[in-house]
Structures are given as C-alpha cells and as structure tokens.
Design a protein. Structure first.
Length: 521
C-alpha cells in the first residue's frame, strides 16, 4: 500500500467520521438509541435518555455499516481488508479526538446549549458511554473493531458460495408455493383473487376494533395521506406537472367542511355530506382558476407559480383580514362529523372505516383513469408534450383535467381531515404538507399504488409511531430523499412499466437470422 492508497482509504473513514460528528452535534444519536431501546422493549420517558448499552448498539451498527459500505469498493480480498482497516482506524481516531473535545467541555462546565441547542452535557456523556476520560478510547475501539468486522462480513456474504443462498431460497419458496397452489381445489385457484380480497376485507373490518384509539389515529392519518398521494400522483406522475402548492386544495376541502358544518363563525350547519361535496367542488374550482392561466408553464416555472398559490392561500387564512370569515389564526373548532342512517360517526374506529372507504374509492378511480384513454394521453404528455400534441391530444385540456381530478382528491382528504380532528387552522396547510405529499410519491414510487401506500406509512406512519423522530423529521426526509435518488431512483415500490417492445420470435422456417433484414431493403 503506497501513500496515495493510504490517503484514499483514510478519506473514506474521514467522511463517515464527519457524518457521525454532525449527528452528535444535532443529538441525533440519542434519538436513534432511544428508538433501538423501544424496539428491544425498553421504553424511555419523553425527554429522558436511553441506557448506555443502546448507545453501544447504535455505534456498533453504524460502524458495521461503514465497514460494509467501504469494503464494497474493492474486488481484491486482501485490499478490501486493508482498506477497511485503514478507514475504520481513521474514523475511530477522528471520532475519538472529537470525544476528547466533548470530555473537556464537560469537565470545564461549558454551557454548550448556548451554541448548540440540541446538545446537552447528559447526551455528551451518553455518547462517551459514561466512561468520561476513557470514552474516547472506547469510541476508537468500537469504530476500529466494528468497522473491520463489517468489512469481513461484506467479503463473506458477497462470496460466490454465500451469494447462491438468496437464489436458492427464492427458488425453494417458488417451488413450494407452486406445489401448494397446485394442491388447492380448482374452485379456489380460479377465484384466488376474490378470496384474497375477502380476507383483506375481513382484516380491515376487524382490526380497527382491536388495536386501540392511537393506532386508529395513525391509520387514519396514513389513509388521508394515501388519498393525497394518489391525487398528487395524477398531477405529477401521470401528467408530469410539478405542483408544490398542493396543500392549497387540501385547505379548500378542510375549510369548506369547517365553514359549512361548524357552529362558528357562521353557524350554517349544512351537515357533513353536503359540506363534503362542496369541499370537493371548491378544490376543483380553485384548480380551474389556477390552471387556466398556467397551463402553458412547465418545469420550474410551474412549480414556482403553484408554490406561490399555496402560500397565498395560507397567508389569507392566517390573516386578521379574514378572521371574521375563516377564523383567522385561531382556526375553526367543533366541526361536526357525519351521520349514516342516523348513526353518528364520532370516534376513531368509525372514522377509520370512513377513511379506508375513501382510500378504496381513490384507488379504484385511479386505476380506472390510468388504464383509460385519458390516462394514456397523460402519460404521452408527460413523456413529450410536443409529440403528444402532434398526435392530436389536446395538451392544455388534459393537463387541466389532471389538475382538477388531483385537486378533487385533495378536497376529499381535507374534508375528512377537518371532520375527524374537529378542527382546522392555517398551520394544517403549510408548505411542509405539500412537501410531505410529494415526498410520499417520490419515495414510494410514482404511478405505483403499493408504492404510495408504503411511502405514506414510511413518512407519516412511522414518525407518528416513533415520536422520538419528531424533531428530526426534516433531517430524515432530506437524508431519505438523497438516499432514494442514489439507491432507488424509481422508489421503494416502483411501478411496472408497460412492455412496449415484445420479443420477436425468429422465423426458422426459411433459416432467417433474427434482426437481419433483406440486403436489398
């Protein structure tokens, strides 16, 4: 190993050390250790610190990932070991020196919160594993040993003998499944899809009554964002329009429900279902008013215009000018829920059923649209608007139609949101809501219903379940989006693209070779 190689290997370790130092400065490591303790069955009081062993587990997992990631960059086994050792030792030295600085700050009694609000003496001691002066040496040992172990595991698991295991397991599962399905009666095999729908329906009916109020709240929140994600996917994923003010349509549905179905400020009390219809129509009207002047815009210009529209709606709702009409910054309270056959929907279980019904309706409408002539026109416009116009597609009309249908989904979700929470205010419809919805579509996978469901659960369900991540939501969002762009640019569950080109079977009757035409052509 020459000097240049040593510098190259050291740089890899330095990058991971800098990332760890940044995480410590924002106290992210304490949150992650708390999540690990919760997964392992030990609850930590809100505002408290986890035990030391969970911080050790976090550091070991981080170092293992570091060694694994670095080791993949080389093919030669001996060089991989040397590379991982040098990088892990470099990371351990840098983090150990950082630990010395932290220990000196603790010993001197410096108030670190004056400069870094998230960092406290207790969290610094926890990062040093409560070993004080020996903490930096412990960090050096953990990073060096665990990083080297991660590199060794990478070599072992990527070896040809071990690499055959996934394929063998997949083949075994596939053959077992084929044997199982082959042994089923013909009636069950013929109607397997409908039986699966029946089982899923039974699960949907039974679960909300069994898993508690908080889980129903989280399920309802995920369901609302699934509806929003499907609506935005029609605009972004199918027709190719980058809209950053989608929360404005969400606000139209929510405030329509609030103004027409709450005792204050107007006392109209139209009832849930008329207010729901008005909320959807108001979102569509807003989409038409926004869409007519902007249909010729594309790309960044379209995004900026819609972003401005969303912020205008939020500022108007928050201003004192409209406080007598929309409640102003206080919002609107005591919004009434629906009644079906005289039965009031006033608890989380009943609203969960209602939101699930909305999700099923949204999925059904989306599938019908995607596979229709209109859906294919949207995809053509997304791929090449000029070519689509040349084939006779009315680009402006179809783009406006996509915007209106997506806004209708947002209005539906907004009405459900306001009635379920019995409150809505300007802070429920900020730019961050639009970014959350767009992140769900990107992370889950554009034009993929399973991807949107998975994205909604990942970005909205997990942060609600793991409340420790609340303060780091933006950090996690940014890191996850960067990771998705690098590792899986098509999303967690990408859509299956249609097979546009079919394999042409060679015509062997005349001895022709596929792919070769007549020389005289």
């Amino acid at each position: 190993m020459n000097r240049q190689e040593f510098q190259k290997f050291s740089q890899h370790g330095l990058v991971f050390a800098i990332i760890m130092i940044f995480l410590v400065l924002v106290d992210f490591q304490t949150m992650f250790a708390t999540v690990i303790s919760k997964i392992l069955g030990t609850n930590v009081l809100r505002g408290g610190l986890p035990e030391v062993q969970y911080m050790v587990i976090f550091l070991v997992l981080y170092s293992l990932w570091m060694g694994w990631f670095i080791s993949r960059k080389e093919e030669n086994k001996s060089r991989r070991i040397i590379m991982t050792l040098v990088a892990s030792l470099t990371a351990g030295v840098v983090v150990g020196l950082f630990g010395l600085i932290l220990n000196s700050l603790i010993q001197s009694g410096t108030d670190v919160r004056r400069y870094l609000a998230a960092l406290s003496p207790e969290s610094m001691k926890l990062f040093l594993l409560n070993l004080d002066g020996l903490g930096p040496l412990a960090l050096l040992g953990v990073f060096t040993v665990s990083g080297l172990l991660g590199g060794v595991l990478s070599i072992i698991l990527q070896s040809p003998s071990v690499g055959k295991w996934p394929k063998t397991i997949k083949t075994g599962i596939s053959s077992t499944w084929q044997k199982f399905t082959g042994s089923l009666p013909p009636f069950i095999r013929k109607n397997a899809k409908y039986l699966a729908y029946l089982v899923l329906g039974i699960v949907i009916i039974v679960l909300p009554t069994r898993w508690g109020s908080y889980n129903n709240f989280v399920t309802g929140l995920v369901g609302l964002y699934i509806i929003l994600g499907i609506g935005l996917n029609i605009i972004v994923g199918l027709s190719g329009q980058l809209v950053l003010g989608f929360a404005a349509f969400f606000a139209m549905g929510a405030y329509s429900m609030a103004l027409l179905n709450a005792p204050l400020p107007h006392g109209l009390m139209w009832g849930f279902w008329p207010a729901l219809l008005v909320g959807v129509l108001m979102a569509v009207v807003a989409a038409i008013l926004l869409g007519l002047p902007m249909m010729r815009l594309r790309g960044d210009y379209l995004a900026i215009v819609t972003l401005g529209f969303g912020e205008i709606i939020r500022i108007l709702l928050k201003s004192d000018l409209l406080s007598d009409f929309s409640g102003g910054p206080r919002g609107i309270q005591d919004i009434k829920g629906p009644t079906i056959f005289g039965l009031p929907f006033n608890n989380d279980v009943q609203f969960t059923y209602l939101i699930i019904a909305g999700v099923i309706l949204a999925i059904f409408v989306y599938n019908r649209l995607e596979n229709s002539r209109t859906g294919r026109a949207w995809l053509a416009i997304k791929e090449d608007a000029i070519a689509a116009r040349a084939t006779g597609i009315n680009v402006q009309r179809n783009k406006l139609l996509a915007l209106c249908i997506g806004a209708a989904f947002a209005g539906l979700a907004g009405a459900f949101f306001a009635a379920r929470n019995q409150f809505t205010g300007p802070n429920d419809h900020t730019l961050m809501v639009s970014i959350n919805i767009l992140s769900i579509v990107i992370v889950g996978g554009m034009n993929s219903i399973p991807g949107i469901i998975l994205g909604a659960f990942t970005l909205k369900g997990l942060p609600e379940i793991l409340r420790e991540m609340e303060n780091y939501r933006l950090l996690v969002f940014g890191g996850l989006l960067v990771f998705m762009m690098i590792a899986r640019p098509e999303g967690l569950w990408p859509a299956k693209r249609p097979q546009l080109e079919k394999k042409i079977k060679p015509d062997t009757r005349d001895g022709d070779t596929p792919g070769k035409g007549d020389k005289n052509e």
